[in-house]
Design a protein around this ligand. Structure first.
Ligand SMILES: Nc1ncnc2c1ncn2[C@@H]1O[C@H](COP(=O)(O)OP(=O)(O)OP(=O)(O)O)[C@@H](O)[C@H]1O
Ligand SMILES: [Mg+2]
Length: 233
């Protein structure tokens, strides 16, 4: 896999939150992490990004161990992240948010920005508006667009559809499928487990920091035990 966190064990100073879980994703693939609240999904994302002290386990990017690499260096190596909350600068315009996403680049960002506007036309329309004035679904588009401004090889999304309507969720998933088609590796945490597994090449069910089920999205959706315990039947 292009990005993989193996046997991740660690937490926030107290008891371990991650208890040896493994998650990863390949290029041109969508991997989805689902599981109950507090399972450690966001914590696993943080570990992949270098924002968590690991007691055990390692993170590999394109076959190279990056366990000790800083988050900034990971971003420079093509890993982008959209956090679960506070993922846009509300007082900045849409366009400024996108420019912030490209702050590590010193080349011409026009082409990438136009690509983001093509993917999310509403952002072009609202480019001069403060992101704080946008709807929840539009803000999520800003957040994803900003992450894409780094031209990432890996896009990590923590609950990109949180708080949006089913229609907006479907649209966002369609856009994410387009990003996958461009060859990007997409690793996302999702509360809308059924819909997310539906587009997932690979799925992980995490419970109390451990892998409970790992399979293709299709196989997880078809698994009676997964359905009963995690997908509401
Ligand atoms: N910064 C932090 N400091 C201390 N404990 C934390 C911190 N962040 C999370 N935790 C704890 O770690 C555990 C896992 O949290 P995490 O946010 O990873 O869960 P999650 O699976 O993403 O849940 P959710 O579905 O609610 O987003 C929880 O018990 C939580 O209280
Ligand atoms: Mg979370």
């Amino acid at each position: 896999m292009y990005l993989i966190g193996e046997n991740l064990r660690g937490g926030y100073g107290g008891a371990d939150i991650l208890k040896g879980c493994t998650v990863g994703v390949d290029k041109g693939e969508i991997a989805v992490i689902v599981g109950p609240n507090g399972a450690g999904k966001s914590t696993a994302m943080k570990a992949m990004l270098g924002m968590l002290d690991l007691n055990e386990g390692k993170v590999l990017l394109d076959g190279e161990e990056i366990t000790e690499m800083t988050p900034q260096a990971r971003v420079a190596h093509g890993v982008a992240f959209v956090p679960q909350t506070s993922n846009v600068f509300t007082s900045m315009t849409v366009e400024e948010n996108l420019e912030m996403g490209a702050f590590l680049r010193d080349d011409d960002i026009t082409e990438t920005r136009d690509m983001v506007f093509e993917l999310f036309p509403i952002l072009k329309e609202k480019r001069r508006q403060p992101a704080g004035e946008l709807s929840g679904g539009q803000r999520q588009q800003v957040a994803v667009g900003r992450a894409l401004m780094t031209r990432p090889a890996v896009l990590m999304l923590d609950e990109p559809t949180a708080g949006v309507s089913p229609i907006v969720m479907d649209e966002l998933f369609d856009r994410i499928l387009e990003v996958r088609a461009a060859g990007v590796a997409i690793l996302m945490v999702e509360q809308n487990a059924r819909q997310a597994l539906n587009i997932a090449d690979r799925g992980y069910v995490l419970v109390t920091g451990e892998n409970r089920f790992t399979d293709t999205g299709e196989a997880l959706l078809a698994n009676p035990e997964v359905r009963r315990s995690f997908l509401g039947g």
